[in-house]
Design a protein around this ligand. Sequence first.
Ligand code: SF4
Length: 389
Amino acid sequence: MIYLHSKNNTAHGEISHQRPFISKVITNSNLPFPLRASYALRWHGSTEALPQGFGLVLISSGKACPDRDAGNGLTNIVRLAPELDYLKEHDVIKFQPADCGINVLYRHEANSNAFLVTERCNSFCIMCSQPPRDINDHYLVDDMLEALPLIHSETHEICITGGEPTLWGDDFIQMIRASETHLPRTSLHILSNGRNFKNLDLAIKVAAVKHHDLMIGIPLYADYSQLHDYIVQADNAFDDTLRGILNLKRCRVPVEIRVVIHRENYHRLPQLAEFITRNLLFVDHVALMGLEIRGFAKSNLDAIWIDPYDYRNELAEAIDTLARSRMRVSLYNHPLCVIPEPVRRFAVKSISDWKNDFLNECQNCNSKQECGGFFSSNLTKTSDHIKAL
Ligand code: SF4
């Protein structure tokens, strides 16, 4: 587990920032003086020779510092909490002067970087890992727009997630446009419940951005409306979602269908696969996904948990149906040892590295390199059939 937020300490002198400060982490202490104020310098050298003029100077947790009262005019020196000692060149952070907190917005070495742009949502899924909150969180949009120009140009992919990002309307379009402008070689993956795309105008606006590599991931949990609407706890969600997918594809926007599997829907997996191949054959990718035990999934766990081993037959049948129809299908968040051997080739190491863990049993497994392992939050509730391969 890698921490993306921590409170830190003012190591020396005062903090001059009055408001949150978003900046790129660099290691070049010889930067010309006029440029320094925009950057956070990661400093591994002597604390007797701390460089001046940077927006922040980040020193490691164990470093001793000169006397606070030395009176040498140094400001903005932050001693990192041990869990943020990993911060490196090219990472992007948001510093909160009020409590010396740091949010890591982008990690250059991460296998995925996601921007949560709102906690609000028009659905209320029973297994939601990020339960909605009806708050004014437009600052999350502002943070993303400010961070985008700082992200390394060779980044493979970034993700926009929520909550429901389309609730921002034109600001949602602005985030896609800014991603294309600042990162013209980086894929953009957007996670949306798809319902607002029932409004064709929104789909047209997304298409008009002409993002070079965009995919919108949309959940579909069942092959009939009553079950899907129950899982997302919203009337008409099934119809809205299907209209949204159709509108996006009508505008040639790539769409991925995402199916989170749990006790309420595992038994319909074969029928859902059949439904997709008959009605949505034109979507670009289907991802069948294991549960992340956070948020509502944690509070509703007794009702929705099923051991993945117990739905292995339904899973294999669904994948077979999709693959035989020549659809691109992947299996996310499933340990290799609990899925049938013929479907292991569809399994992807899909869990973001900062929340990815393994069990003790995995240390002796010959397939650990290929296995995606577990969400850190799932380690207390795993399949009873984990065994080293
Ligand atoms: S034992 Fe661990 S590493 Fe091996 S397949 Fe199972 S979950 Fe993956």
